[in-house]
Write a protein that binds this ligand. Structure first.
Ligand SMILES: Cc1cc2nc3c(=O)[nH]c(=O)nc-3n(C[C@H](O)[C@H](O)[C@H](O)COP(=O)(O)OP(=O)(O)OC[C@H]3O[C@@H](n4cnc5c(N)ncnc54)[C@H](O)[C@@H]3O)c2cc1C
Length: 165
């Protein structure tokens, strides 16, 4: 029994500091149930672990912070844009405070972390989470179409800021 439990936990383990979130519990449950039933599927990985704090403005983040990425020994670049200077921020007027910050692993040219603060900071996080999960090259992200005028379009400005150096 103990061996079976340990084997199941091995499928979902991710080290300390994962965060006690409902979406983590649900994600781990799916994998544990699959493992118990002997069904195929990937083990857990937490590269694109998101979290949202429902303050005003909302604070969403996914993956590594700049500090955590540097702690892991990664060569890091960051790109930032202020939401009020985006078109959607300008249209929104009062309550448009926020920013988008991107953390790039410079050697691989992919995002490893992002923070999205703003009126719908948690929603804007989705595209960034996909980019981190799928390791979409930053150059590819820079040459895609961002709907106008949306808050997520500010991601394009943050990607441009990554290349300022
Ligand atoms: C006030 C509050 C707000 C939160 N807001 C958010 C949020 O906005 N977003 C978010 O992602 N997370 C939020 N969380 C955290 C989230 O609720 C937990 O991370 C999540 O519920 C953990 O799920 P779980 O299944 O691991 O544990 P639980 O949901 O705690 O479930 C454990 C279950 O096991 C049962 N149990 C315990 N011991 C035994 C036993 N010996 N035998 C049988 N049954 C037992 C308990 O009764 C319980 O039903 C919040 C938590 C709190 C307290």
């Amino acid at each position: 029994m103990r061996a079976a439990v340990n084997a199941t936990f091995a499928h979902i383990s991710g080290g300390p500091g994962l965060g006690l979130f409902t979406h983590v519990a649900l994600y781990q449950t799916e994998i544990a149930v699959r493992a118990i039933l002997g069904e195929p599927g990937p083990d857990a990985h937490y590269r694109a672990l998101p979290q949202v704090t429902f303050t005003d403005p909302e604070v969403g983040s996914v993956g590594l912070s700049e500090h955590a990425a540097r702690e892991q020994g990664l060569r890091v670049q960051t790109g930032t844009t202020q939401l009020p200077s985006s078109t959607c921020g300008w249209i929104h007027k009062a309550g448009n405070e926020g920013l988008i910050e991107l953390v790039e692993e410079a050697d691989r040219g992919v995002l490893v972390g992002a923070t999205s603060i703003g009126p719908v900071g948690g929603e804007v996080l989705y595209g960034l989470a996909v980019a981190i999960q799928a390791e979409v090259p930053i150059e590819r992200q820079r040459h895609m179409i961002y709907a106008y005028p949306t808050f997520h379009r500010a991601v394009k400005a943050a990607l441009t800021d990554l290349r300022r150096a």
